[in-house]
Design a binder for this molecule. Structure first.
Ligand SMILES: Cc1cc2nc3c(=O)[nH]c(=O)nc-3n(C[C@H](O)[C@H](O)[C@H](O)COP(=O)(O)OP(=O)(O)OC[C@H]3O[C@@H](n4cnc5c(N)ncnc54)[C@H](O)[C@@H]3O)c2cc1C
Length: 288
């Protein structure tokens, strides 16, 4: 392939998890590349406009998360609005108890992430879609990517899957679960009973969006027999966000092969069919 590069560490996906992985690798002296399909870093936190950096403390005044997570919290407000709560500043003002969290501007956070990554010496591949993992002797040896300049092959001793949906792992045939994630606090808080408690006493006219939503939710709450009615148990590692596939010493001399279903020498997938990334259907799974 015309466009071909070699790295020590190749991070797939430039969300906050991918940025953290790339920073750590580059600062540790690894030749590192970060591949992101959009044109900015941050993933859900920036492109997804999720503008609250959740607390680094336990709610009882003790900080429980440190390191790059804290560095990124500070970076999120470096070039935009948002302030560190007084209780968590250097001159800690405990009279104003507040969680160690901030609200930030996604655009400003994206700029700061870019700066951090470039400063650390990470090679940044923006607007670059990861198409296929490249397998070599049962391990991920690189990624085939589509760039504005055409198809490319990025090889690495270690590939980190930080695509948010375990796309690389899935395409390698690793067991993954697909379904609604009802284990999030947002899902639990969004249960129908809570919505009913918060609703005004007078019923809304049937044509409103809220009524339509409630009707849909009620329908979804009815137990439906058959597959897809219950949350699928996760069979892959508990956090797919940054699953690493690393084998620095055992690279074989053979030419890596794109891990397509017919690639008899290399695909670790137990499935004979190439798993497609299809649009995800809304599940009728009931929240816990
Ligand atoms: C509805 C909702 C609300 C939330 N609210 C909050 C909140 O208020 N505060 C908070 O702190 N957290 C919140 N979270 C959680 C937080 O957003 C996520 O935990 C976090 O953003 C996950 O980061 P990530 O890097 O693992 O994944 P992502 O942010 O999903 O990043 C994955 C990156 O990989 C890239 N990518 C994927 N596939 C490819 C490919 N094939 N090729 C190239 N690039 C690819 C994507 O473009 C993306 O940039 C919320 C999550 C959700 C869903």
């Amino acid at each position: 392939m015309e466009l071909e590069r070699r790295y020590d560490v190749l991070v797939a996906g430039g969300g906050v998890a991918g940025v953290a992985a790339a920073l750590e690798a580059a600062r540790g002296g690894m030749r590192t590349a970060l591949v992101e399909k959009t044109i900015q870093l941050g993933g859900l936190a920036t492109s997804g406009l999720i503008d609250v950096y959740l607390p680094l403390c336990d709610g009882n005044g003790t900080q429980v998360t440190f390191g790059i997570a804290e560095e990124l919290l500070h970076a999120s407000i470096r070039y935009g609005p948002g302030t560190i709560p007084p209780a968590w500043r250097r001159e800690r003002d405990a009279r104003e108890p507040a969680r160690y969290r901030v609200k930030f501007s996604p655009a400003a956070f994206a700029l700061a992430l870019d700066e951090l990554v470039v400063e650390a010496g990470v090679e940044l591949w923006l607007d670059t879609l990861i198409c296929l993992p490249v397998a070599d002797g049962g391990r991920v040896a690189g990624l085939e990517v589509e760039t504005k300049s055409g198809r490319g092959l990025l090889r690495a001793r270690c590939v980190v899957d930080a695509t948010g949906d375990a796309d690389v792992s899935h395409r390698c045939g690793a067991p993954c679960a697909l379904g609604s994630n009802w284990l999030t606090i947002w899902a639990i808080q969004a249960r129908l009973e809570r919505a009913q408690q918060a609703a005004p006493t007078a019923p809304a006219p049937p044509s409103t969006t809220a009524s339509a939503w409630a009707a849909t939710t009620r329908a979804a709450e009815r137990p439906t027999p058959g597959p897809g009615t219950a949350p699928t148990p996760r069979t892959s590692p508990s956090s797919p966000s940054a699953a690493a596939s690393c084998s620095p010493t055992t690279t074989r001399p053979s030419t890596p092969t794109a891990a397509r279903p017919n690639a008899t020498t290399s695909s670790p997938s137990p499935s004979p069919r190439w798993p497609s990334i299809a649009p995800r259907a809304a599940s009728a799974a009931r929240p816990p």
